[in-house]
Design a protein around this ligand. Structure first.
Ligand code: GLU
Length: 556
């Protein structure tokens, strides 16, 4: 009889806490039927909070989740965890969606494009799921597994102080959980007075107990059970991460939760919540954060200190998205590199990610030079058209004067980009589009005119009259119809006429006979044409520039 009374009292309390919630958990479950998947298919998700920042580590987690889902014939979805309304930033959602699109991670469900949600397991935005969480919490109130707590912030601070003084573990648990043992009537009285509670879980965990878990990446782990009566529902009616994660990943049919290491310590709690709700938990995989080498020591890539922690850094610098993805796959799987090098015609989607290869211990180390080498390789593999499109798209966004110069004469730009881009030995000196201005900018007269030519530091070893003599002679002798061999022979001949050894060997044998060697002549021409002693093959540069431009640069 007493039991029935308790039940009635809890039902009354639940009704007072959630007067608008009519749907039962069973009705909700019926709206989220089990997914029909083939054996072994994984359902994974990325669940970012819209904070206005997308961390490289978040992209890494998303990539691994995406690969595991799609290579197993499963589903990869996006869920927006926006229950912390205070942290919400305008434009944050767009940043998440656009970043995933930019890097080519295909979403099957969720907001797949801004304002466009798809999938049968939605809504995929937690702020739109308040009534779902509340329905489950309402039932937990009825069953006595959750209860309202009315402490003020000050009272909770006071609790922490007392616990510190008594040298006991901090938190809201057992004897320290003031509202845990209050009766429904006492809670109702507070509600009547207009107080707004949080809803806490009535934990029956024991930190002396160890929970054994099998992490996909870390293997078998023994973790302490949680005895904390954590907040399930905040006073604004929205859930904490813990509750939302458990309910959503259950209803949405997630089979594998891949997330950051920072959640590992909450794993026992999450498993206990799954058990309380009577559900089978998903398989978990916790990834160590990407690290950075600073001096001799490694540290976590930091949102505050490292610009390269943000995914926008890579777009601004002009790395093709495929290069960033290939680089991240190489961080995840050491054997990716050999595959990548031996499959120049394949896309990263064709690579089969190996779970066992994901680093078990320390986090992967970010190495921008390595990223550069992936990127150089990927840029060298682009078709001429892709090269033109991608470089121009970047310049339009980040270097409009360069974009203007490039698009003024697309045929000219195509020829420029084509230098050393065909055949077996392709140029691999461009790692990112922000290097483009330095690498091809000199071809364009307006950019050339705007770049100061520092003759003194580049050609200080030669007198001005000598430079002029050489330049004039080269112009007089230049015939764009010449083949490369003819051009080279002529230039060597010309060098000799002007008192320079026709090649390095002759010069080394008899340095006193010459003013310098053929290399000096080439250097002078190159610096006058491109502004520095570094360029692709001079013949190709002159061919593309055309006779008129060559003449103006050399003698104008
Ligand atoms: N919103 C959580 C975060 O951004 C998601 C963690 C998870 O993947 O479950 O850290």
């Amino acid at each position: 009889m007493a039991l029935d009374n308790n039940l009635l009292a809890r039902q009354k309390l639940a009704a007072a806490l959630f007067p608008k919630i009519e749907e039962s958990p069973q009705m909700i479950e019926a709206r989220y039927p089990r997914r029909q998947l083939k054996l072994g298919a994984m359902v994974t998700r990325i669940a970012p909070s819209p904070t206005g920042f997308m961390h490289l580590g978040g992209l890494y987690t998303a990539l691994i989740s995406e690969r595991l889902a799609h290579q197993s014939g499963g589903v990869f979805f996006l869920r927006i965890e926006d229950t912390d309304r205070k942290r919400e930033v305008p434009g944050a959602l767009e940043l998440i969606i656009n970043s995933l699109t930019h890097f080519g991670l295909k979403l099957d469900e969720g907001e797949i494009a801004v304002g466009q949600e798809t999938g049968a397991y939605g809504p995929y935005k937690q702020s739109k799921r308040a009534s779902i969480y509340q329905a489950f919490v309402k039932q937990l109130i009825v069953s006595g597994q959750a209860y309202p707590a009315f402490e003020t912030v000050e009272e909770l601070e006071e609790l922490t102080k007392k616990q510190e003084a008594s040298k006991v573990a901090p938190g809201y648990y057992g004897p320290w959980a003031y509202w845990r043992d209050k009766t429904p009537a006492e809670a109702l009285a507070m509600l009547d007075k207009g107080f707004k509670p949080v809803i806490r879980w009535r934990s029956n965990g024991d930190p002396e107990h160890q929970v054994i878990v099998n992490d996909m990446f870390k293997g078998r782990l023994a973790l302490r059970e949680s005895n904390q009566d954590i907040v399930l529902l905040k006073s604004d009616g929205l859930p904490t991460y813990h509750l939302a994660h458990v309910i959503d990943d259950h209803l949405m049919g997630t089979t594998h939760v891949i997330r950051g290491d920072e959640w590992l310590s909450s794993l026992p709690l999450h498993l206990q919540l799954f058990a309380t709700l009577g559900w089978q938990p998903p398989i978990y995989g916790h990834l160590a954060p990407i690290q950075k080498l600073v001096g001799q020591s490694r540290r976590k890539l930091s949102k505050r200190h490292d610009p390269e922690a943000s995914v926008t850094f890579y777009d601004e610098a002009g790395y093709p998205p495929e290069a960033v993805i290939a680089y991240l796959l190489n961080l995840a799987n050491p054997s990716f590199e050999a595959w990548f090098m031996s499959h120049p015609d394949k896309r990263w989607e064709d690579y089969l990610l190996i779970i066992a290869e994901l680093k078990k211990g320390a986090g992967a180390l970010l190495d921008l030079q390595k990223l550069d080498s992936y990127s150089k390789e990927i840029i060298s593999r682009l078709s001429l058209n892709e090269l033109l499109e991608q470089s121009l798209a970047w310049a339009r966004k980040y270097d409009p004067p360069l974009a203007q110069a490039m698009s003024r004469d697309l045929a000219y730009t195509t020829e420029i980009l084509n230098i050393d881009h065909a055949g077996e030995r392709r140029r691999k000196d461009i790692a990112k589009w922000s290097e483009l201005r330095a690498v091809i900018g000199y071809f364009y007269d307006d950019i050339w005119a705007a770049t100061p030519l520092d003759l003194a530091s580049q050609l200080g070893d030669y007198s001005l009259s000598e430079i002029r003599t050489i330049a004039q002679a080269v112009v007089a002798n230049y015939n764009p119809q010449d083949s490369q061999a003819e051009w080279l022979a002529k230039l060597r001949q010309l060098s000799q006429t002007l008192g320079y050894a026709p090649d390095t060997i002759s010069y080394r044998q008899n340095p006193q006979r010459y003013k310098g060697s053929f290399g000096d002549v080439a250097k002078i021409i190159r610096v006058l044409l491109v502004g520095r002693n570094q360029s692709p093959d001079l013949y190709a540069v002159m061919q593309v520039m055309g006779q008129e431009r060559v003449r103006t640069r050399l003698t104008g």
